[in-house]
Design a binder for this molecule. Structure first.
Ligand code: APR
Length: 177
């Protein structure tokens, strides 16, 4: 199966997605926030925050580009993978590499936890103001590069909450057919 068959694109709310792992666009405190972070904590319930607090107590805050894994609480997924995207500054502060690391590290964590499917929101493209077109190029390119190197993931689902992100991701996926 080539990588194209392993990617899906959905427009909607990631808290409703049935995937082994759902990725959260968190902040370094892992204590929740607005956007998709708020939606996941609201829908998943307090068990997620409790697990995040334990992680921070044990290893400190989550650095940009890194990822941690917790229970998914009440959500249909098995796990939540919390990753901290870069705040967009001017593109000259390693933002692209840091965003790429979010996707790479989240997929690796999913593989390490025997996940067969993982769902991503458009990390950093909301409150963190990362340009959506560039973020879509990075996301799709990194996901395909990782899928080409592993047999351990069967499905990566891009879950876009807004039309603009949906169209940019769709445009990028079509390059891989
Ligand atoms: N399902 C899927 N995607 C969603 C949902 C949802 N329920 N809610 C929001 N989004 C989308 C946004 O439309 C945006 O495209 O997630 C993308 C990421 O936006 P943010 O959630 O604002 O995340 P980010 O830009 O990475 O900023 C992270 O925001 O919520 C805080 O605690 C978080 O400080 C951190 C910062």
């Amino acid at each position: 199966m080539n990588q194209f068959n392993k990617t899906d694109l959905v427009k909607g709310d990631i808290t409703l997605i049935y995937a082994d792992a759902i990725v959260n666009a968190a902040n370094s405190s892992l204590l929740g926030g607005g956007g998709v972070d708020g939606a996941i904590h609201r829908a998943g319930g307090p068990a997620i925050l409790e697990a995040c607090k334990k992680i921070v107590a044990a290893q400190g805050n989550c650095k940009t580009g890194n990822a941690v894994i917790t229970t998914a609480g009440n959500l249909p997924a098995k796990f939540i993978i919390h990753t901290v995207g870069p705040v967009w500054n001017d593109g000259l502060h390693d933002e692209a590499t840091r965003l790429a690391n979010c996707y790479k590290n989240s997929m690796q964590l999913a593989i390490n936890n025997q996940c067969k499917s993982i769902a991503f929101p458009n990390i950093s493209t909301g409150i963190y103001r990362f340009p959506k077109k560039l973020a879509a190029q990075i996301a799709v390119q990194v996901v395909h590069a990782v899928l080409a190197q592993t047999k351990d993931l069967d499905k990566v689902i891009f879950v876009c909450f807004d039309e603009e992100n949906y169209n940019y991701i769709r445009e990028q996926l079509l390059l891989y057919i």
